[in-house]
Design a protein around this ligand. Sequence first.
Ligand code: PHB
Length: 387
Amino acid sequence: MTLKHVLMAALATAMFAAPAQAQDNVKVGLILPLTGPFTAIGRQVENGVKLYMAQKGDTAAGKKVEIVVKDDGGNADATKRIAQELIVNEKVAIIAGFGLTPLAMAAAPIATQGKTPQIVMAAGTSAITQASPYIVRTSFTLPQSSVPIADWAAKNGIKKVMTVVTDYGPGLDAEKWFSETFTKAGGTVESVRAPLKSPDFAPYLQKAADAKPDAIFVFVPAGQSAQFMKQYRERGLDKSGIKLIGPGDVTDDEVLNDMGDVALGVVTAHLYSTAHDSPENKAYVEAFKKANNVRPNFMSVGGYDGMHLIYEALKKTGGDTDADKLIAAMKGMSWVSPRGPISIDPETRDIIQNIYIREVKSVNGELYNVEFATIANVKDPAKAAAK
Ligand code: PHB
């Protein structure tokens, strides 16, 4: 029997075993890396989810929403096994979380076979939403921020760029979309890739320094930004006159203030800044800091907004947890997030959001990504191009 058959058989058994009565609880399985090198991502998402529920209460459409939190340790096999267990044994109506691309991808066939909505709250490779018709994303895609920063670089006197990216889905998306956009605008690009596991950035930074570009474009996943910036400083690159640019993962708000002066002047394009100037974000940052003693970062809003999506979809279906009805309810939904206005593209189930160009500055003695330009309502460029 294939995995699909095992799962279908288990689901059929489970359906007969459970009497067809109205369930008062809606269980949401939240699968995140809460141990291992990507714990920081998992914690930000979990805390975003928990803050939403603390603020809005734990009922939606008259049903109690119950979160079942599971740690996959950042291991894709574990994500897949946990997703299956949650659907078959725990009877969750929705699976959510997914701290890294391989983890989101591992759960996608389970969502499809188990007919369960999968809310991707953290991962950023463009293709994720195409891996299952039951996936809806509240995080971001890397092309979404890599194209705007390429446009900015081309318009701001940068002609030669070295890209340094982590060698997996989101890094490859970032490299491709930055390079294509930037070369079309007349620039030249050279590229190097660092491994995802236990990276030592020194050799790549040395190569980048030797090439003497106007700028280094970097993508490293949240959780590796502090290490990257430390090695950037150790090689003296912050004093080299080479500008550092990229998607905003490298200036992750949670750890930015501890990076020190090396981060000053780094220009990035991203979906969220702790310093985003709106009443919604001021309230969000204050509540998040109070609850968790750290700044919220871009991962936290994926969790917070993912819960909003789930609550509002349940309200629209009148508490019905049928997967097709929930997905239909989510398509086209729009609201104001702490990050700004966002919506779910009804065609792709991917997030449409503003991308902000920001520069790291010291404000009242603390480092922040200070937004200075907005590109409104950005759809994932990778999917727009494929049409
Ligand atoms: C991803 O694995 O999709 C990912 C992880 C961390 C990031 C961005 C993307 O900061």
